[in-house]
Design a protein around this ligand. Structure first.
Ligand code: GLN
Length: 542
């Protein structure tokens, strides 16, 4: 029997609802339950695939090739459960499915309305293939937004239909400290709960974000005014690292209250693995500085999974990872390159789109190759490393990517541009036209024996998640290998390069896929562990 926990947010946005949901998932797992997390996003885009990273942060890609909200990354990192296409839905997708049904005549001439048709579609989504003990459903946005009303109505209905034994409402709020008065204020929480109540939802648990201790009296007041048990007013204090959150929730009784609500008994949770991680984060043996050369550096959320994967690599090597953000445009001036890169322990060129800053990324790859600085190129970062090798090692000076416009030498291009038979057709098609041309989700990669990649992974094949339109042109393999760039991972049919490396470099690897998407604190990705190890070794040399 699956139980549903609905997580809403009030007062202001950015309280960390995604993290709160993920951490609660981890706490329930520590009690021995199985969990799955889902996210309902109120915006009208069908998925975030076409949204700018400035608007929406990173696009998180699932194994089955869905482009989803970055909160799904938090869910996976905290619970280790791989998300699926069916774990994230937007208003846009709900509406487009209802409208498609209407066009097919499925509603038999009836008037199609928000209630019941849209709300039924939402409820169907929330309950689809539910086999876990708990499904945690995060509702995007803040209570009071017009956009999220159909979602709130749907979860209200589910509460009514399934009853308290199978549903629970958790509301995340803010208890601000007003310095001029020297007081904590509970009124915003009271108002936010009233708003929820006016929609027919009575929260069962309140999780109150606060930057200082909330005294018992204040908690009692919140409980009384908001109609919840006093023990169910749980403080959510700021912590020094996100992996501390499950521990903190447990300390203040969140998982206990959830079990109390459902009338469940369970084993005491084992928080040991989280405590071990936090110990290392608090007392590292050293520090490494990684330079990330990118376009969206003002907005670290655009690289969320990447920075987390670096932290995981750091935990595995017992070092703190300090990130230096380097605007790729800056490296287009030659005099900047060595000045900006020479103090780093390793260089990272992450995924990216479009021509702007590409020359700076190529310069970073060249600097790393020539100066033997560890280099990790992900997706676009691999493509730029290959372009660098072609231009500066193989002398193909006009090599380019057709992503930057028409080129005589599409060293990187759409497969249809460089393959004689027009390429492969196995790509999964997304629902929108732009998404449909991308290689998305898990694809297999065969590792070449005797390479760094093969040794790091310790297996013959790997499954990794992809999100790109362009491919490195396999016809250049021989020419580049002769000059020292080894193609160490290929698609099973041998037609698409997946990994490149320099065998005689301490650590220089480019991958066409996104390994950061499957790195988890309790199960760090081997490439990140090995990369940070190389950075650590360099930090001791220089
Ligand atoms: N822009 C490149 C492509 O589409 C790389 C994409 C990426 O880095 N995710 O192939």
């Amino acid at each position: 029997m699956t139980r549903y926990i609905f997580i809403t947010g009030g007062v202001v946005s950015s309280l960390g609802k995604g993290l709160a949901s993920a951490a609660l998932g981890a706490s329930l797992q520590a009690r021995g339950f199985t969990v799955r997390l889902r996210k309902l996003d109120p915006y009208i885009n069908v998925d975030p695939g076409t949204m700018s990273p400035y608007q929406h942060g990173e696009v998180y890609v699932t194994e089955d090739g869905a482009e989803t909200d970055l909160d799904l990354g938090h869910y996976e990192r905290f619970t280790g459960v791989s998300s699926r296409r069916s774990d994230n839905v937007t208003t846009g997708r709900i509406y487009s499915s209802v409208i498609a049904r209407e066009r097919r005549g499925d509603y038999l001439g009836g008037t199609v309305q928000v209630i019941p048709h849209i709300t039924d579609a939402i409820k169907e989504f929330v309950q689809s293939d539910a086999t876990e003990d708990f499904i945690l459903v995060e509702i995007g946005g803040t209570v009071g937004d017009i956009e999220s009303l159909p979602f709130l109505e749907s979860i209200r209905q589910m509460g009514n239909e399934l009853g308290d034994g199978r549903t629970m409402f958790l509301h995340l709020t803010l208890v601000p400290y007003i310095s001029s008065a020297g007081e904590l204020k509970t009124k915003p929480t009271q108002h936010s709960v009233k708003e929820l109540q006016s929609l027919g939802i009575q929260p069962d648990i309140l999780l109150c974000r606060c930057d200082r201790e909330i005294p018992v009296n204040e908690r009692r007041k919140i409980a009384r005014f908001c109609n919840v048990r006093e023990a169910s007013v749980i403080p959510a204090y700021d912590v020094d690292n996100i992996y501390q959150v499950p521990i903190s929730y447990h300390k203040y009784g969140l998982d206990n209250e959830v079990l109390h609500h459902f009338g469940l008994q369970a084993q005491d949770p084992d928080m040991g693995p989280w405590e071990d991680i936090c110990d290392i984060i608090r007392n590292p043996e050293g520090e490494v500085t990684i330079g990330i050369v990118g376009k969206y550096i003002q907005l670290p959320d655009a690289y969320k999974s990447l920075t987390e994967a670096l932290v995981h690599g750091g935990i595995a090597n017992k070092v703190r990872v300090k990130i230096e953000w380097i605007a790729s445009d800056d490296l287009e001036k030659t005099e900047n390159v060595s000045e900006r890169l020479s103090k780093l322990d390793a260089i990272m060129v992450p995924g990216g789109f479009g021509e702007r800053g590409a020359e700076g990324k190529i310069a970073a790859a060249r600097y790393a190759r020539e100066n033997k600085v560890p280099y990790f190129g992900i997706c676009f970062g691999m493509q730029m490393a290959v372009l660098e090798a072609a231009r500066n090692l193989a002398g193909i000076t006009n090599a380019s990517s057709s992503e930057f416009g028409p080129t005589e030498v599409p060293l990187v291009g759409l497969m249809t541009e460089w393959s004689k038979d027009g390429g492969r057709v196995e790509r999964r098609s997304g629902e929108d036209d732009l998404g449909g041309t991308m290689r998305l989700g898990n694809y297999e990669c065969k590792l070449v024996p005797g390479t760094h990649a093969r040794e790091i992974y310790g297996s013959e094949t790997v499954l990794e998640r992809h999100r790109h339109r362009y491919e490195v042109n396999i016809n250049f393999l021989e020419q580049l290998e002769q000059k020292g760039l080894k193609f160490s991972g290929l698609s099973p049919d041998g037609r698409l390069p997946e990994i490149v490396e320099y065998p005689d470099h301490p650590w220089f690897i480019g991958v066409q896929f996104h390994p950061e998407l499957r790195s988890r604190p309790l199960d760090p990705h081997p490439l990140f562990v090995s990369y940070i190890k190389a950075a650590k070794e360099r930090s001791r040399l220089v």
